[in-house]
Design a protein around this ligand. Sequence first.
Ligand code: ATR
Length: 276
Amino acid sequence: MTAIDQYAVFGSPIKHSKSPRIHKLFAEQTQQTLIYASQEVNAEQFANAVSCFFSAGGKGLNCTLPLKELAWAYADIRTERAELSKAVNTLALQSDGRILGDNTDGLGLLTDLKINHEVNLKNKNILILGAGGASRGIILPILEQSVISIVIANRTIDKAVTLANEFAHKGMIKGCGYNDLDDQRFDLIINATSTSLSDEIPPLPENILSKNGICYDLAYSNKPTSFVNWGKKNKALKSLDGLGMLVEQAAEAFFIWRGIRPITSSIIELLNSERF
Ligand code: ATR
């Protein structure tokens, strides 16, 4: 008897992850036979847990907070987009036994923005809030959209400046603190901080969002996040959370593992109908 292919998401906290549900829906839709579980794994446990998973026959893993940088370091080989972002959210066992690291977050965000919400990034001024692992994965794909510029604002200014410098050879990008944002206007503001998890928002000056500007929170929740509410209050044309990105990055991971791309629209619709 052939064993069923095993996949999982590792992270901490992991209890509320929607990934097992999403991958189950993908597997049903594409008629693939697989198991996708979730496992609470912290940074200290990471290397051992990943080794055990693949030694036991596991085929692929998603890694979420706080493990993406560790997953990058763990991978034997990496795609270019993962290499540059220094963060990996997808590990895939290769036929030669090596572990491939990829990062599907940026593509997931772009697909959600461009295809699902018809937001065009060309010639736009973009503000990214936060300079941690979540920001890393999305910078390069956004820079590649012919944007005018990206500003990264962060509470710890040094981190924003260092991160921006890493991508400076790829386009117009700079890092600063929140106080330096006065008098600037942005067409798209992306919240990549962890503030929504504690119902806070970063200290943004007034009138920072352009007329018809868009707000996007990489976080998602069963109720509007604090940043989605900030966007609505500041008259964003659209104020979105990261559920669509979650489904799209998962679809890309599914494609890497199974070679088949699920149709995401009906699944996003279903998950949206179950909240708010
Ligand atoms: P992730 O991998 O999700 O990016 P992280 O690396 O811990 O997680 O980064 C969290 C980000 O949220 C950081 O940019 C952090 O700012 P600092 O670098 O100054 O710590 C930001 N953040 C967390 N809490 C915040 C708060 N209350 N106000 C503003 N920024 C906050």
